[in-house]
Design a protein around this ligand. Structure first.
Ligand code: GLN
Length: 334
């Protein structure tokens, strides 16, 4: 268990960092998605959930937002479960593309999209989710996301889905090109609707931290004890987050923050430190890569403060990793 003194220390630090970045200016913000989200520029939530179920929250942790690209992580897990590792890898790679999330580029050598964290690969992953039609696939996605979050209320926001379906030429275009190249099969409109439905599932920063903690705990939700994904797939999911999760800033993120993570254009970021915790961050202002400006800055400092970079020695940080992994979070569990 996290000792009470440590819990208080973490809470204090999170509050301090939240306050520091809440007050920073908008200089680095280049956009909001959708543009109306500018009205929500003040929103900023940070939640952390330890694998033993300790949770910390700072700021706007109960405000719902659509997962957008963060959904790619969890849908990829379903593709792995429903098709096995080998078949999934045949259909979508694990190499960073170095291109923006919606780029129209493919791994021509292996005849597949580069990875499941960019749109081309996420669309293929969505097509691989089991189900005979969109409704069945979306039900399966929802059912599984609810287990990750331990929240049976998670739902697709139909207004956001409709909005996305209306301005969706690029995803449709990607799918048509991929189908012409033999990289994807089936009804393109259904694939895109499945993918965008997952993007339109709304969560809070608190939910997102639990979803991350479930991956950190080897696929088991720390509150409910329910398994969301087989442990054998967690390694693949978290690895691809590390190499490809932050779009074309993934290398810089790995260098400076060093925690497997995935961002979405609503300004959300999920971080997974295996065997320790998950973090969920939400703040709508985006940088040039489409990553949350406050989110990235805060995670960089959080990582340095608590020695969370997976390749750093926690002893070199200000506090070290105070929340040590528990027996329940150790890899041998469950
Ligand atoms: N729903 C968005 C899209 O596919 C998600 C993109 C993102 O978060 N980067 O266009």
């Amino acid at each position: 268990m996290v000792a009470v003194g440590e819990r208080e220390l973490v809470r204090q630090q999170l509050d301090e960092l939240h306050e520091k970045y809440r007050l920073t200016g908008d200089d680095e913000v280049v956009s909001y998605y959708p543009p109306e989200a500018e009205a929500d520029r003040h929103l900023f939530g940070l939640a952390g959930t330890n694998v033993d179920g300790t949770q910390w929250q700072a700021g706007d942790c109960s405000v719902p937002f659509p997962l957008h690209s963060v959904s790619k992580v969890f849908t990829y897990g379903l593709a792995l479960e429903d098709n096995g590792t080998e078949e999934t890898l045949r259909r979508v790679g694990v190499e960073p593309s170095g291109d923006p999330f919606n780029s129209i580029t493919f791994d021509e050598v292996h005849h597949r999209p580069h990875n499941p964290m960019i749109n081309a690969g996420a669309l293929v992953a969505a097509s691989l989710v089991a189900g005979k039609d969109v409704d069945e696939k979306v039900d399966r996605i929802l059912e599984r996301y609810r287990v990750y979050a331990g929240n049976p209320e998670l739902a697709v926001d139909q207004r956001i889905l409709r909005q996305q379906l209306r301005s969706n030429d690029r995803n449709l275009g990607l799918c048509y090109i991929m189908r012409s190249l033999g990289m994807i099969d089936g009804d393109i409109e259904e694939v895109v609707e499945t993918y965008l439905s997952a993007c339109s599932i709304t969560v809070t920063a608190a939910d997102l931290s639990v979803m991350g903690a479930t991956l950190a705990k080897g696929g088991v939700n720390p509150f409910t004890g329910e398994r969301a994904v087989a442990r054998e797939h967690v390694r693949s999911i978290v690895s691809v987050m590390m190499s490809c999760g932050m779009y074309d800033a993934a290398g810089q993120w790995a260098n400076e923050v060093g925690i497997p993570a995935k961002s979405g254009v609503s300004g959300d970021i999920v971080c997974v430190l295996p065997r320790y915790f998950g973090f969920g961050v939400y703040s709508p202002g985006l940088d040039v890569h489409g990553n949350s400006v406050r989110g990235v800055n805060l995670c960089r400092e959080l990582s340095a403060t608590f020695g969370l970079h997976v390749f750093a020695d926690p002893a070199d940080s200000r506090f070290g990793r105070v929340a040590q992994p528990t027996e329940a979070g150790a890899p041998a569990e469950g």
